[in-house]
Design a protein around this ligand. Structure first.
Ligand code: 26V
Length: 800
């Protein structure tokens, strides 16, 4: 308590009775930060003394969410912190709500990185995360007249309390200019790079605490700064505007997170962002390594650089550049080190998301890096040509540079010691399809590491009552460090008292979430109905539209037949659309039009409610997921690499209605048909139908109920807006194949799975038993398990 008071006085010049809750939040954050900092310094000293091997996790995104309660949790001080806050006259719960989400990510990929920081630290692995210190995180979503509006997310004013700026560890990153070969008198070769623009990369470190360990790690966020605040030479020449412009050009690099998710955006600013954070990161690692060892010869023995999706691929040529140009190593020596230091995780098979950069952009922005890529590409071509006896079709598919573009995934596959997918099915698709030929040539390079989530955050912290029940049943909190121990819960699958408690907990969580929604938006949720939830980025492959079509069907049936069988439902949606993704935005509009219509319709009263939750984000998920009963994981088979919210729902006792896609396959395998509402085409069937020429129109013509639903899109709803465009897209396509994601083909199967979920819900004993089994078998989806897999199979580092 004294520590908090001290921070208030020294940092804000306020006594407790004058402090705003924002200042109070920041004071608490600073106190907690100090504690982690001390630990972090000790961890770093120990690692240096022991010359420990280190992991570096490079990711354009870390979707951290809030940190105060989480850090307190890991330090075992939630109780004392809460007591101190309350003793000072504040509500702890309200104070935790004061913290803005650190929204430095789009969705699953960024949130996964955040979960992995926690797990690696908890497992005593020296791991550093690297990303960009975006001034603006993922945009804030507002719904106005049913449509998405984007607002800037200025998180740093308060969220900045977690960051420690290390000016003395600033790195310089160079863009543009020209490169010339130089030969020195001794016959050696060098590179002269001139006319470049320098941008400073200033580290702002976030300290990461582990659970029940003294280990602490760092997430390093690079902030872009201009080397001269305003270039005075230009200023005196009367070029004031030019000087200011130069500064703005440098600092714009860390201004904003690109909000495209699973879609390529060939903008030069995005490439600048990638090189900026990668170059700063590699230089920083090399600088520390040289200070410790005096040479980079043993670099690969001491470091592994994990490339999170292809966004940080430029680490490969950047490390080559340092070894060649600064250390003067031969190409062979440099390649030996680089290829043993990097590993790549693929997170998507969508072809529109696979990164390719135009040659002229790379060449003009990064002339030296371009030369190195060309050399890597040429050498790879010769190797492949020898292996495939010059088979052009293979060479074309595997090429790094092709059609004046650089293909980042192929560069990763070429250079990395390990390539992994993020679920069993996804890895299988990588091996048999996306990277088929590379796999055939080097099968040992390919691994699977199924994703996992931080179960301490996503179960214990956000669902304290469930945490207490588990501890009570299992006799200890062992599951927190050994998630597999959750299986002990299964002994209680037929224990009526435990099942009832489980149901009570869900009820409380529903009430808590409903109260939150009412406070935030005034909407009143029917807590007696089943909470059926689909929250994730809006993308056609995730099929929010299939869910909507089914709701239209229910609504029509209620009209046609007052006795229509329907278990009361509240359908909850949350989804942000990429600002430039028109179809996704239209689907959001549809969800809102439909929700308005359904909610006002007397025939739906107490039976059917539908709510679009504005601005879905990590902190919303933390109260929503514990309150959820049915988890919608309904992507077209073969499209969702893994999914991670599916795991969070499972841990919190929601049942899944889902396709055999991503990690759903492994969830279904663990709980069996009887504890999962499975539906839809399988990956192979989807591929087969695509080969044969899928005709969605036939489903439309042969199923009158489905036809009525699609026709309703054209007619529209109460607000008079027509969604004919979406109907046309489903039936005829529009610059794309008709119904590219097989909604019509899966409709009947989805309808019947929905019906079955509804019926099961009416039998609480069965439902609660299924729920308990899902929780008990969810341990395998803890991030601790994933990180152990990475540590053993890819990083080769010890762990607890
Ligand atoms: C791609 C791009 C392309 C360029 C513009 C910006 C941008 C931003 C993000 C991405 C990443 C797309 C890949 C992705 O997010 N994959 C998701 O990864 C999750 C964690 O492995 C996984 O659970 C999801 O299934 C997968 O869609």
């Amino acid at each position: 308590m004294d520590l908090i008071i001290g921070k208030l006085r020294r940092n804000f010049g306020r006594d407790v009775d004058e402090a705003t809750s924002q200042q109070m939040f920041q004071a608490c954050a600073l106190v907690v930060r100090d504690i982690i900092s001390e630990r972090q310094l000790k961890s770093a000293d120990k690692e240096r003394d022991e010359h420990a091997r280190q992991v570096h996790y490079l990711s354009m995104e870390f979707l951290m969410g809030r940190s105060l309660r989480k850090n307190a949790y890991n330090l075992g001080m939630v109780k004392p912190l809460t007591q101190a806050i309350e003793a000072l006259g504040f509500s702890a719960a309200d104070l935790f709500e004061e913290e803005p989400d650190a929204g430095l990510g789009n969705g699953g990929l960024g949130r996964l990185a955040a979960c992995y920081l926690d797990a690696a630290t908890t497992l005593d692995i020296p791991l550093t995360g690297y990303t960009i210190c975006y001034e603006l995180g993922i945009f804030k979503q507002k719904i106005v007249d049913g449509q998405q509006i984007e607002l800037p997310d200025n998180w740093l004013d308060r969220g900045g309390a977690w960051l420690i700026t290390k000016m003395d560890e600033t790195e310089e990153v160079r863009f543009g200019g020209t490169v010339k070969d130089v030969w020195y008198p001794d016959g050696s070769h060098g590179i002269d790079h001139s006319g470049y623009t320098t941008v400073l990369a200033v580290p702002r470190d976030m300290q990461i605490a582990g659970y029940k360990t003294n280990q602490a790690n760092v997430l390093r966020l690079w902030d872009a700064k201009s080397p001269t605040p305003v270039d005075m030479s230009l200023y005196s020449a009367g070029e004031y505007l030019k000087a200011v412009e130069q500064q703005a050009n440098a600092e714009v690099i860390s201004k904003v997170l690109y909000p495209e998710d699973n879609h390529r955006e060939g903008k030069s600013l995005r490439l600048k962002q990638q090189y900026f954070f990668v170059s700063a990161t590699v230089q920083s690692i090399c600088r520390k390594h040289k200070a410790e060892y005096g040479t980079l010869r043993n670099f690969h023995e001491k470091h592994v650089l994990q490339i999170n999706d292809t966004h940080p691929t430029l680490v490969i040529p950047e490390l080559m550049r340092i070894l060649l140009d600064q250390e003067g190593y031969s190409w062979e020596d440099a390649w030996y080190i680089v290829s043993r230091s990097v590993a790549y995780t693929n997170h998507t098979v969508l072809s529109e998301a696979l990164e390719r950069w135009p040659q002229d952009l790379v060449e003009s922005l990064l002339p030296r890096i371009w030369q190195i890529i060309v050399e890597i590409s040429n050498r790879y071509q010769s190797e492949l040509s020898a292996y495939w006896n010059g088979d052009q079709s293979k060479l074309e598919k595997l090429a790094i540079i092709w059609g004046h573009e650089v293909r980042m995934a192929n560069l990763c596959v070429c250079a990395c010691s390990a390539v992994n997918g993020v679920s069993a099915l996804h890895t299988e698709i990588l091996k048999t399809d996306v990277f088929k030929d590379a796999y055939q040539r080097q099968p040992d390079k390919f691994h699977n590491v199924t994703n996992g989530v931080d179960h301490r955050r996503w179960l214990s912290e956000v669902n304290p009552e469930l945490d207490a029940l588990i501890i009570d049943c299992c006799g200890s909190d062992k599951y927190l460090l050994q998630p597999d121990a959750l299986t002990e819960l299964e002994k209680f699958a037929d224990d009526a008292a435990v099942l009832e408690k489980l149901a009570d907990i869900k009820k409380h969580n529903k009430a808590r979430f409903a109260a939150w929604v009412q406070r935030e938006s005034g909407v009143l949720l029917n807590t007696d109905a089943m909470f059926d939830v689909q929250v994730k980025r809006l993308h056609e492959y995730k099929r929010q539209l299939l869910n909507a079509l089914h709701i239209i069907y229910l609504w029509q049936q209620l009209h046609a037949n007052p006795n229509f069988e329907l278990t009361p439902r509240v359908y909850l949606f949350g989804a942000k659309a990429a600002p430039g993704y028109a179809v996704a935005k239209e689907i959001i509009h549809l969800l809102n039009s439909l929700a308005d219509t359904v909610n006002k319709d007397p025939v739906c009263k107490d039976k059917l409610q539908m709510v679009f939750l504005e601005n879905y984000r990590v902190s919303m998920a933390e109260t929503l997921i514990p309150a959820s009963e049915l988890s919608e994981q309904i992507s077209t088979a073969g499209k969702e690499a893994s999914g991670t919210s599916n795991m969070k729902f499972m841990m919190n006792g929601a049942l899944t209605i889902g396709t055999l896609d991503g990690a759903n396959v492994e969830m279904h395998q663990r709980v069996g048909d009887e504890n999962f509402f499975l539906f839809g085409l399988k990956t192979e069937e989807v591929n087969e139908m695509r080969r044969r020429g899928y005709k969605s129109y036939e489903y439309y013509m042969q199923n009158p109920a489905l036809k009525a639903v699609i026709d309703q899109l054209t007619v529209g709803f109460d607000d008079g807006v027509s969604y004919a465009g979406l109907a046309k897209r489903l039936l005829f396509g529009n610059g794309c194949p008709p119904d590219e994601y097989f909604l019509l083909a899966d409709f009947e199967s989805y309808r019947s799975a929905q019906l079955s979920a509804g019926r099961t819900y009416l039998d609480p004993k069965t439902w609660n038993r299924m729920s308990l089994i899902n929780i008990a078998r969810s341990g395998i989806f803890a991030a601790d398990r994933s990180i152990r897999d990475y540590a053993d199979e890819i990083w080769h580092v010890p762990h607890r």
